[in-house]
Design a protein around this ligand. Structure first.
Ligand code: SF4
Length: 244
């Protein structure tokens, strides 16, 4: 079966087109078992660089999808533009298609406000880019918040209670509105919120700014969650009464 690799949230018309044509979809943003290492790009990408972009790069070079559909607009980040250009040269047999998903019209976020475990919520949001997921869920009142992009290492999500709402760009992603700053900036006030960004991402600034504004906790994580960040998040959520 022909494969299409997706980076970010490409425009829905592209997704629908390749779905109808029977392509197998691969989410290049997420680590894939067996190839979750960075050796392949050791000589061509800096060590100190966004782990999500490095993951896209490695997955694309190892899997060599027939088509790579990369969002390089506001929904993703400038970094993907450069990787797409490098992939054009490195994978001459793959067709590299770049898109700018400027959609800002919200389509709802029942997953973000549901009472599912946080990791399950994030999994469904990520999967919703390429498949239909169950969105018929029970909403809950938030007792904690996770703001940010889907992390490369989902381990951080296990720390939070099920009554955690998702905010930030992951909520934009669920809304299929990756270019909606209003959603990205929104949080419910008065609850403990962890403002997360991948290390070396431009969103670290916004995460830190909002953490200061809403008395939350700013954390940035590289490829994997380390013990000190884990301890910081546990202490913050415990002190603020979100977990025991
Ligand atoms: S985490 Fe930041 S730098 Fe990395 S791909 Fe996402 S927007 Fe770009």
């Amino acid at each position: 079966m022909r494969k299409v690799g997706i980076a970010g949230v490409p425009n829905q018309e592209f997704i629908d087109h390749y779905k109808d044509a029977g392509y197998e979809f691969i989410d290049l943003d997420m680590p894939i078992t067996g190839i979750d290492y960075f050796d392949v790009i050791e000589k061509i990408a800096p060590k100190i660089y966004c782990a999500t972009l490095k993951t896209v790069f490695v997955n694309a070079l190892v899997i060599k999808p027939d088509i790579i559909l990369a969002d390089v607009g506001e929904g993703k980040c400038d970094g993907m533009r450069f990787i797409a250009e490098a992939l054009r040269e490195l994978l001459p047999d793959s067709e590299i298609i770049t898109t700018r998903n400027m959609n800002s019209k919200p389509q709802g976020n029942p997953i973000s406000v549901s009472d599912l475990p946080l990791k399950e919520k994030m999994n469904r949001i990520v999967n919703s880019v390429i498949m239909e997921v169950d969105k018929n869920l029970k909403p809950c009142k938030p007792t904690a918040g996770f703001w940010g992009v889907p992390p490369r290492d989902f381990a951080i999500l296990d720390i939070f209670p099920n009554t955690t709402h998702i905010y930030g760009w992951a909520r934009c992603m669920e809304n299929k509105a990756p270019d909606n700053m209003e959603i990205e900036m929104f949080v419910d006030e008065g609850i403990p919120i962890v403002f997360f960004a991948q290390s070396f991402c431009q969103k670290t600034m916004l995460a830190k700014y909002l953490a200061n504004k809403y008395n939350g906790l700013f954390v940035d994580v590289d490829a994997q969650l380390d013990d000190s960040t884990k301890a910081k998040v546990i202490a913050f959520l415990t002190l603020r009464g979100a977990i025991k």
